[in-house]
Design a protein around this ligand. Structure first.
Ligand SMILES: *Cc1c(COP(=O)(O)O)cnc(C)c1O
Length: 422
C-alpha cells in the first residue's frame, strides 16, 4: 500500500494550515503516522487519495452511525441544498428537528441548535450559571467538552484539585471556577461539594466518557451525581455530544435511566454537517435570549441543510430494531476481539457499540490516571498494523471506536481474524 499522494498533500497542507490539519488528532502523531487524505467514503469504507480503502471504526468521531453517504440522508440533503443553504430567518425544519429530539430525549423539553459541540457545551454552561446564579462548574479528569477556555483544564495526577489550564493562551483566572475530580470517585466529588457546593452551578459529565477512551461508570456513579446535584441545588449537565443517539434513541440518559437538567448533543444529530444542540428543562431554557437574560446566538445556527441531514439520520435510526441489532452485533464482535487480543495484554472497555482497546496488561481502566498507564507505543504499533491491513481505528489511545449499522457480521469477523494474527 503506497501513501505517496497523502504524504505530498500533507506537506502542501502544512504550508497553509498549522500542522496541515484543522483538528489536531487528524495529524496522526500519537500513532506515529502521517495524515491520510480522504477522497471519498461510502458505508463503512473510506478511500484515500492514493486509492487505498479502509474499514472505518472512527466514523468521523461517531457521526456516521448510519454509514457514510447514507442514501436516505444524501438524497434529502441534495433536495435541501437546491432550496438555498441558509437564510438567517427561521425554517420549519428547525422546529421539526427540535420536536423530534425532544420526543426521543424527553428531558430536552426545549432545544437550541448551534454549530458545534464546543458551542453547545459553552452555551449550556453559561445558561447553568445564569439560572443558578452560581460560579463553579465541576468536571472530570479526562472528560472532553470542547475547547472553550474554561473547559480546557487538566487535573493534578488523579487527585481532585482546582483547575489549571491545559492549554497555552488560557489565563489561570479563566479556569478559576472549574473544579476537577477523577471520574468514578464519589469521595472526591463529595469533598468538593462540601467545600464549594453552594456555589457549584453544574456538574458536567460525559455519561459514557469516550474522550479518554471508553471508561464506563462504576457503582452507579451517574446516579450519585444526580443525587448530589439535587441535594445542593446544582444542575446536572450530560454532555451527550457523542452518546446522543449512539447507544439508544434516547441517549445514555435513557440507557442508564437518569434524567439530567441539561443535555448537549452533537455529532450524530448533524448527520455529517456542523450542527449540535443543547436543551433541557423548560424553566431553564427560557432564560435564553430573546425571552431571558442569557445571551446566545449564531449566524448559521439551525442551518436548513444540517437540520435536514439530522432529520433524515434520525429517520434511519428510528426504524424498528435498529439499536437492538446494532448493540447485539457489537457485543458479539467486541467479545470476539477481546478474546483475540487478550494474549497481547489488551483489555477492551466498552459500552454498547463504543469500545477502546487498552494496552494495560489486562487491567480495565476506571479513570484517566488508569488510562494513562496504558502502553502508548504498543497501542501505536497495533494501530499501524491495523491500518496497513485496511482498518482505520480511532487514531489515539484516548478515543473511542464506533460500530455502525453498516458494519456487516462478515466484515467484523474478518477484523477479528486480523487481530488474531497480530
Ligand atoms: C466531540 C465532543 C465535543 C466537541 O464537539 P465539537 O463539535 O468537536 O466542537 C464536546 N463534548 C464531547 C463529549 C465530544 O465528544
Amino acid at each position: 500500500m503506497t501513501r505517496e499522494k497523502s504524504i505530498k498533500a500533507s506537506s502542501e497542507a502544512a504550508k497553509y494550515i498549522p500542522g496541515g490539519v484543522n483538528s489536531p488528532v487528524r495529524a496522526l502523531r500519537a500513532v506515529g503516522e502521517t495524515p491520510l487524505f480522504i477522497d471519498h467514503a461510502k458505508g463503512v469504507t473510506i478511500t484515500d487519495i492514493d486509492g487505498n480503502s479502509y474499514t472505518d471504526f472512527c466514523l468521523s468521531w461517531g457521526v456516521f452511525i448510519a454509514g457514510h453517504a447514507n442514501e436516505h440522508v444524501t438524497q434529502a440533503v441534495g433536495e435541501a441544498i437546491a432550496r438555498g443553504t441558509s437564510y438567517g430567518i427561521p425554517t420549519e425544519l428547525e422546529t421539526a428537528l427540535a420536536k423530534r429530539v425532544s420526543q426521543l430525549i424527553p428531558s430536552m423539553e426545549q432545544v437550541r441548535f448551534v454549530n458545534s459541540g464546543t458551542e453547545a457545551v459553552m452555551s449550556a454552561i453559561r445558561l447553568a450559571r445564569g439560572y443558578t446564579q452560581r460560579n463553579y462548574i465541576l468536571k472530570f479528569d479526562g472528560c472532553y467538552h470542547g475547547h472553550a477556555d474554561h473547559l480546557l483544564v487538566a487535573a493534578g495526577s488523579g487527585v481532585a484539585t482546582y483547575g489549571r489550564s491545559g492549554s497555552a493562551g488560557v489565563p489561570d483566572d479563566f479556569v478559576r471556577y472549574t473544579l476537577v475530580a477523577p471520574f468514578n470517585d464519589k469521595e472526591a466529588v463529595r469533598e468538593l461539594f462540601c467545600q464549594k457546593g453552594s456555589d457549584i452551578a453544574a456538574v458536567i459529565v460525559e455519561p459514557v466518557p469516550a474522550n479518554m477512551g471508553v471508561v464506563p461508570e462504576r457503582e452507579q456513579f451517574l446516579q450519585f451525581l444526580r443525587d448530589i446535584t439535587r441535594e445542593y441545588g446544582s444542575l446536572l449537565l450530560f454532555d451527550e455530544v457523542i452518546t446522543g443517539f449512539r447507544l439508544t434513541l434516547g441517549g445514555a440518559q435513557q440507557y442508564y435511566g437518569i434524567e439530567p437538567d441539561l443535555t448537549t448533543i452533537g455529532k450524530i444529530v448533524g448527520g455529517g454537517f456542523p450542527a449540535a444542540a443543547f436543551g433541557g428543562r423548560r424553566d431553564i431554557m427560557q432564560l435564553l435570549a430573546p425571552d431571558g437574560p442569557v445571551y446566545q446566538a449564531g449566524t448559521l445556527s439551525g442551518n436548513p441543510v444540517a437540520m435536514t441531514a439530522g432529520l433524515a439520520t434520525l429517520e434511519v435510526l428510528s426504524e424498528p430494531g435498529v439499536y437492538d441489532a446494532l448493540n447485539a452485533k457489537a457485543e458479539r464482535f467486541i467479545h470476539r476481539l477481546q478474546e483475540a487480543l487478550a494474549p497481547k495484554g489488551v483489555v477492551i472497555n466498552h459500552v454498547g457499540n463504543m469500545f477502546t482497546p487498552y494496552f494495560t496488561g489486562g487491567k480495565s481502566p476506571r479513570n484517566f490516571s488508569d488510562v494513562k498507564q496504558s502502553n502508548l507505543d504498543a497501542f501505536a504499533r497495533f494501530w499501524r498494523y491495523m491500518l496497513h491491513n485496511g482498518v482505520y481505528l480511532s487514531p489515539s489511545q484516548f478515543e473511542s471506536n464506533f460500530i455502525s449499522i453498516q458494519h456487516t457480521e462478515e466484515l467484523l469477523e474478518h477484523i477479528v481474524e486480523l487481530a488474531k494474527k497480530y
